[in-house]
Design a protein around this ligand. Structure first.
Ligand code: MG
Length: 385
C-alpha cells in the first residue's frame, strides 16, 4: 500500500456568541483537518491543534516526505518527519502538523488491518472512558450580569447531564476567581461528589497562583491546571510543594523530551498532552509510558473536532496507571462543551456522553465516519493574505 495524497481542509465557523478566557476571545472556530489517501482506496483522517493556517502550511511542508510511503511504516515515517523538522520544531505548531498526519496514518493502519486504533495500541483497559465537561468560559453577558449565578447554572446543567467532573476557567484576577469558584462549588455541593477542576491557562505569576491556590484549598479542587507559565518548571515544582491542590499541565508541552522536564522535575500531579499537537498518537503513547515510569497520571487535553475526540478516546482507553489496584483510579478525558459546530457536525455520528462517559469506537481505525458534505460546508477555500 502506498500513500498517494494529502489534502488539508481549513474548517471555520463563526460563533453565534463569542466567549473568552484568561488569554483572548473566541469569535469563531478554525481547525485544520487532513485527509490522507492511499492507492488501495483507504483514507485516513487527522487533525492538528492550534493555528489552522500555519498547520496547513506545515502539513504541506511534510507532504513530500510522506507521499509514496507505505502507511504501515508509521513509526518510520514519524521519525523521518521529526528529523526533518527538528532544527525548527522542537516545540510548536509544526508538531501539530506532524501529529495530524500521524493520526491519519493510524486511522489508515487500523482500516487496513481491520482493527481499531486502541486495539493496535495494545488494547482497551476500558470500553467507556469517563470524561469531564470543559466549559464555564466567560461571555460579555457574564460581565454585565451576575457572573457567579451564570457559571453556577452552567455547572448544574452539566451535572444534570450526567457529568461527574467539571472544569471551569479562572484567570480573571484572584479575587474574581475566588468568588466564581466558591459559587460553583457551592452549587455543585461541598461534599466533592462532583469533581471540580480550575484552569487559569498560565495566567498567573507565582505569587498570584499561590494566593489563589491557598484560597481554593477548602473547596475540594481536583486539580489546578496551568497556574503558571508553561516554561516555569521551577515555579511548578515549588507551588506543588506549597499547596494541597494537585497541579496539572502539559497542553503547551510537546514530545517526550518536553514532558520529561515536567516529570523529572516532579512539577505536576497530572500531565495533559494534546494528541493533536504533542506528536500524534505515536508520541502520546510514549509520553504515557514516560508518565507511567514517573508514577504520574495522564489525562489528555482534548479540544477539537470529533477526529480529535476519537484519537484521544483510543489513547485514553489504552492508558494504565501504576502501581494499580483492584479499584484503581481511572483516567479522565477532557470533553469540551463550549460552542463548536465543527465538533458537533463533522462526524456522521457525533460523540455523545452518557452518564459522563464516552464509548470507545470499535470499528477499524479511529472508528469514525466523516460527513463529507459537512466537511465541504465548513471548508474555507485557500486565500492569499
Ligand atoms: Mg487547559
Amino acid at each position: 500500500m502506498k500513500i498517494t495524497g494529502i489534502t488539508t481542509f481549513l474548517l471555520s465557523d463563526t460563533l453565534d456568541e463569542s466567549f473568552y478566557f484568561s488569554q483572548f476571545e473566541y469569535a469563531s472556530r478554525l481547525i485544520c483537518v487532513v485527509k490522507v489517501t492511499t492507492d488501495e482506496g483507504i483514507v485516513g483522517w487527522g487533525e492538528g491543534y492550534g493555528p489552522a493556517e500555519v498547520i496547513r502550511s506545515a502539513i504541506n511542508f511534510f507532504a513530500p516526505l510522506v507521499i509514496g510511503r507505505n502507511p504501515l511504516q508509521g513509526e518510520v515515517i514519524w521519525q523521518d518527519m521529526h528529523r526533518r523538522a527538528l532544527d525548527y520544531a522542537r516545540k510548536g505548531v509544526m508538531l501539530s502538523a506532524l501529529s495530524a498526519i500521524d493520526i491519519a496514518l493510524w486511522d489508515i493502519r487500523g482500516k487496513a488491518l481491520g482493527q481499531s486504533v486502541s486495539t493496535l495500541l495494545g488494547g482497551r483497559f476500558r470500553e467507556k472512558v469517563e470524561v469531564y465537561a470543559t466549559g464555564l468560559y466567560f461571555t460579555q453577558a457574564h460581565a454585565c450580569g451576575n457572573m457567579q449565578a451564570k457559571l453556577a447554572d452552567e455547572a448544574l446543567l452539566y451535572k444534570s447531564q450526567g457529568y461527574r467532573a467539571i472544569k471551569m476557567k479562572v484567570g480573571l484576577g484572584v479575587r474574581t476567581d475566588i468568588d466564581n469558584v466558591t459559587a460553583v462549588r457551592k452549587a455543585l455541593g461541598a461534599g466533592g461528589e462532583i469533581k471540580l477542576m480550575v484552569d487559569s491557562n498560565h495566567a498567573y505569576t507565582f505569587r498570584e497562583a499561590f494566593e489563589l491556590a491557598r484560597a481554593l484549598e477548602p473547596l475540594r479542587i481536583h486539580w489546578f491546571e496551568e497556574p503558571l507559565a508553561p516554561d516555569d518548571y521551577a515555579g511548578y515544582r515549588e507551588l506543588r510543594g506549597r499547596t494541597t491542590i494537585p497541579l496539572a499541565a502539559g497542553e503547551c508541552e510537546f514530545l517526550r523530551a518536553g514532558f520529561r522536564q515536567l516529570l523529572e522535575g516532579r512539577c505536576v500531579d497530572f500531565i495533559q498532552p494534546e494528541t493533536c499537537a504533542a506528536g500524534g498518537i505515536t508520541e502520546a503513547k510514549k509520553i504515557a509510558d514516560l508518565a507511567y515510569a514517573h508514577y504520574v497520571e495522564m489525562t489528555p487535553h482534548n479540544w477539537g473536532t470529533g477526529i480529535a475526540v476519537a484519537a484521544n478516546l483510543h489513547l485514553t482507553a489504552n492508558l494504565c496507571y501504576p502501581p494499580g489496584r483492584m479499584h484503581a483510579n481511572q483516567p479522565l478525558l477532557e470533553f469540551d462543551r463550549s460552542p463548536n459546530r465543527l465538533r458537533e457536525e463533522l462526524l456522521a455520528h457525533p460523540f455523545k456522553a452518557t452518564d459522563g462517559c464516552l464509548t470507545v469506537p470499535t470499528a477499524p481505525g479511529l472508528g469514525i465516519e466523516i460527513d463529507e458534505e459537512k466537511l465541504l460546508h465548513f471548508s474555507q477555500p485557500p486565500r492569499a493574505s
